[in-house]
Structures are given as C-alpha cells and as structure tokens.
Design a protein around this ligand. Structure first.
Ligand SMILES: CC(C)(COP(=O)(O)OP(=O)(O)OC[C@H]1O[C@@H](n2cnc3c(N)ncnc32)[C@H](O)[C@@H]1OP(=O)(O)O)[C@@H](O)C(=O)NCCC(=O)NCCS
Length: 226
C-alpha cells in the first residue's frame, strides 16, 4: 500500500493528501452522496466511494467533519468555498489532494497504472510536436509509458484548469514539456485557455512512479494581493 506521506512529497507544504484502495466497500457514503451514484454501474460506485472516503478524512482535518462532498454541474467535487481539491481513481487506487484557496488557485491530480499506452492512442494524446520531441527522442521501448505520462499530465492539468477557465478543452490544446531529472512537467496551454487564468499563470506539474502507479499533479499558485 502506498503511504500518503509519499504522495504528499509531490506537493509543496499546505496540500493535504490521502489515498486508499478502490474496494468493494461502498456503503460508507453519506445518503446525499449515495444519491449521486444511485444509478451508476458497480465499478463507478466503488471508485466514487473511494474518493469520498479519502476526501472525508481530509475535510475532517480541515474543519469540516461530517460534510458530504456533493458535486457541481460540471461534475467537479463541491469543496467548501475556502478549499480547492481534486480526486482521481484508477481501477485499484484512489488519490485526493486538497489545499486552501489562499495558497493555491487550482489543483489537479491524476493516477494511472504505470503501463505502456498502445501506439494507436499516441496521436490522439500527443501533439505532433510532442511526438517528435518527447516520444521521438526516447528509446523505442519507453515510448508507451511516456505517452501514458503525457496523458496523465494533461488530465491533471485539465482538472486544475477547467474549473477556472470554465470551458472544456482537448488533449491537443495542451503541450507537455518534461524535466526528467526533477520529476516535473510544464503544461503549455493554448492562448485561448491560458488567457483566462489569473495573471495568465502557468501551472506547475510534478510526477512520480511508485508501486506500479504513475501519479501526476498540477498546481497554480494563488495570486498574492499587495
Ligand atoms: C475530468 C476528467 C479529466 C476525469 O478524468 P478520468 O481519468 O476519467 O477520471 P479520474 O478518476 O482521474 O477523475 C475523475 C474525477 O475527476 C473529477 N472531475 C470530474 N470532472 C471534472 C472537471 N471538469 N474538472 C476537474 N475535475 C473533474 C471528479 O472528482 C471525478 O471523480 P468523482 O466523480 O468520483 O468525484 C475527464 O473525465 C474529462 O472530463 N475529460 C474531458 C476533457 C478531456 O479529456 N480533456 C483532455 C485533457 S487536456
């Protein structure tokens, strides 16, 4: 089992994190939360329950014990006003990260199995420039896992940025530059998206691989007012 202390290392101070396995258990939801997935298939109910379980522990630490985590019309979790947060689940693992809005304007996380993506998907995920500069310069045997990293980095970026920009965008609207030594990535967003971010801010990305999982996180610092 992955320790939350390790996941926390992917963020600066001031971000609360939790992880838990996605299990059969889904009967620990609040009634209001259960209603949100009453018509969902079993897999979806399990992952939703894991996310709420992780979130509940963090919310209790941050002064909101017993608060059901409902959802907004855009399907984002409805965090208390003063918080930003993000949830991700793959088949086996769920991760949640939450921060005070006074320190982060945006936060997105993504967890994936650390496994190669099949080549047929690479061109849907990567821009032509990414195919050339990121995949093209890597050893052939590594390209599938790198394509997965690019995908995960874009998902984490989307989760951070979408609530702020208020519009959907696609995989080809973001380009990822990877700093392998630092375990960091920088998402370059199409001007029509970045122009809607506070101070045209650029999200900061981090990634790591542990226990058979790939984990990415994107954050945008809060704007400081003088
Ligand atoms: C939001 C989205 C990125 C989720 O990714 P996913 O890999 O399918 O699933 P994950 O388990 O990682 O994340 C799901 C969680 O994301 C959160 N979420 C859902 N919509 C969201 C949004 N618009 N913005 C931020 N977070 C969102 C929810 O908390 C959800 O879990 P929950 O319903 O149990 O609370 C994806 O479903 C989506 O809407 N994509 C459309 C746009 C897209 O793919 N753009 C390309 C990226 S640049």
């Amino acid at each position: 089992m992955l320790s939350d202390a390790w996941i926390g290392e992917l963020f600066d101070d001031g971000v609360w994190t939790a992880s838990c396995p996605v299990t059969e258990v889904e009967n620990d939801l609040f009634p209001e939360e259960r209603l949100l997935i009453s018509r969902a298939v079993a897999k979806r109910r399990r992952e939703f329950a894991a996310g709420r379980r992780c979130a509940r522990g963090i919310l209790a630490q941050l002064g909101h014990p017993g608060l059901p985590l409902l959802r907004n019309d855009d399907r984002t979790p409805r965090w208390p006003e003063e918080l930003v947060g993000s949830i991700s689940h793959c088949a086996a693992l769920c991760v949640v990260a939450v921060a005070h809005r006074s320190s982060l304007a945006a936060l997105g996380v993504d967890v994936e199995p650390d496994a190669a993506l099949e080549p047929a998907l690479w061109r849907r995920i990567c821009t032509p420039a990414e195919i050339e500069r990121v995949l093209g310069t890597a050893p052939a045997a590594e390209r599938g896992r790198i394509a997965r990293l690019v995908f995960s980095a874009k998902e984490a970026t989307y989760k951070a940025v979408h609530p702020l920009v208020g519009r959907s965008f696609g995989l080809q609207d973001v380009e990822i530059a990877i700093d392998w030594e630092a375990g960091r990535f920088t998402p370059r967003l199409d001007d029509t998206i970045s122009g809607r971010l506070p101070d045209r801010g650029v999200p900061a990305g981090r990634f790591t691989r542990r226990g058979g999982f790939l984990f990415t996180a994107a954050t945008l610092a809060a704007t400081r007012t003088a």
